[in-house]
Design a protein around this ligand. Structure first.
Ligand code: AMP
Ligand code: ZN
Length: 398
């Protein structure tokens, strides 16, 4: 089998400012199914798309118009958000500079089941368990109540909080065969996968979608509390769960997964209660990260909204300081990776889901979310595989 690739260059309709280069690049992955990689030059004046197939002039024109739609909606009229830095420990000394991916694969610590889907081995699992023990200790320090949530989430829940409009590109859907005997028999006899892993079954055999794979943990709590007064006027909860965000050709290593796990500590109650606890959580985690010498910073951020919603929502999030990310240093690529976030949703969920405070007003919500695979990956990227060079607290307990 020959593997054919074709690269195409475009000049963007508007020069892409440096603070949007990453955002435009990641959204270009959704322009066409056959895109293998999208790259925006660092100075923002060139876009390169790599295709897995040959592209003729006609197709190229169509693709260019879609590329320019992405560029225009993200760049035109955008202004540089003021980045607020709450903690900066990026320059902590680190013993390692390599990309841990090759070594993880070599050791059998990672096996790729599909793009963005990995089985993790004992070293990664033990590291994740260590970080989990710290996240659970954080939850305990707030007397957070433990919850367990399903992996599936009903489509009508997601509709109710406007998720389809905000993040359509990253949705993952779940279905099943129509419950009809001949249909199931036919499937049983003929279902097979092709070389790319695609199942040879037409969509008509499947039931309509009523469920999705959940993209976040805290949503489940808000739905459990919907359409009633909040018990005792406040709830603090914690849960860990599988989350799904389809990232198209951006799925390249353990940094960006389709299926990942998140631990969240969730605050529901009056505005001051949510904001104060979000701040206390940040200060408590600052001590944990200091103890292990993690190199990171905490800075204001925005969620990866799709192109139509992006500009408006990002301006809103930064104006109200709704999101801060814990960005760990990745020395091997001189960049940072979000390993967690401190979020405040104002009364968004309270209003949409009709969760009320004792005075009848909608509740406020916030969450602290940690990406478990990413924290383990960032740790290995900073400290490597020689446990003699690991922080004492981790070395001793795993
Ligand atoms: P967010 O709700 O987007 O702030 O996500 C919380 C955390 O989950 C992030 O800080 C990441 O550590 C992790 N996370 C989010 N998306 C992904 C992904 N596609 N792959 C791996 N981890 C992710
Ligand atoms: Zn959350």
């Amino acid at each position: 089998m020959t593997s054919l690739t074709q690269k195409i260059h475009f000049a963007p309709a508007f020069p892409i400012p440096d603070y949007l280069v990453g955002e435009v690049q990641s959204k270009l992955a959704y322009v066409d199914e056959n895109i293998r990689a999208a790259q925006v030059s660092p100075n923002g004046d060139d876009i390169q798309l790599t295709f897995g197939n040959a592209i003729d002039e006609e197709e190229k024109k169509l693709i260019e118009s879609k590329v320019q739609r992405v560029v225009t909606s993200l760049v035109k009229g955008a202004f540089k958000p003021k980045v607020q830095i709450l903690e900066d420990y990026l320059d902590r000394p680190l013993p390692y500079r390599e990309d841990p991916m090759a070594e993880l694969l070599r050791r059998g610590e990672l096996s790729e089941e599909a793009s963005g889907v990995y089985a993790l081995g004992p070293l990664l699992t033990r590291l994740i368990n260590w970080f989990e023990s710290r996240f659970v200790a954080l939850a305990d320090s707030f007397s957070a109540q433990p919850y367990r949530f399903p992996t599936l989430i009903p489509a009508r829940y997601m509709e109710r909080v406007g998720y389809f409009r905000a993040f359509p590109h990253s949705l993952s859907f779940a279905t099943h065969l129509h419950s009809e005997l001949d249909n199931i028999d036919q499937f049983a006899q003929h279902a097979a996968c092709d070389e790319q892993g695609n199942l040879n079954v037409p969509m008509e055999r499947f039931a309509q979608f009523k469920a999705l794979l959940s993209p976040a943990v805290c949503y489940h709590l808000y739905f459990a509390l919907a359409d009633k007064p909040l018990p005792n006027g406040r709830v603090t909860a914690t849960a860990v769960g599988n989350c799904f965000r389809y990232e198209s050709s951006n799925l390249t290593s353990l940094e960006r997964l389709w299926n990942f796990t998140m631990r969240e500590v969730i605050f529901v109650g009056p505005k001051e209660f949510v904001l104060e606890n979000r701040e206390i959580a940040r200060q408590r985690m600052q001590k944990v990260f200091a103890e292990i010498g993690l190199a990171y910073r905490v800075e204001s951020a925005n969620d990866p909204f799709f192109i139509g919603e992006f500009r408006k929502q990002v301006a809103f999030q930064s104006a109200f300081q709704l999101k801060y990310e814990i960005r760990a240093r990745l020395p091997f690529k001189d960049s940072t990776l979000a390993v967690g976030s401190y979020n405040y949703h104002q009364d968004f969920f309270g209003r949409h889901l009709n969760i009320t405070l004792p005075d009848g007003s909608p509740t406020h919500t916030g969450c602290v979310a940690f990406g478990l695979e990413r924290i383990a990956f960032a740790f290995l990227a900073q400290f490597g595989f020689d446990t003699a060079k690991w922080p004492k607290v981790i070395k001793e307990s795993i």
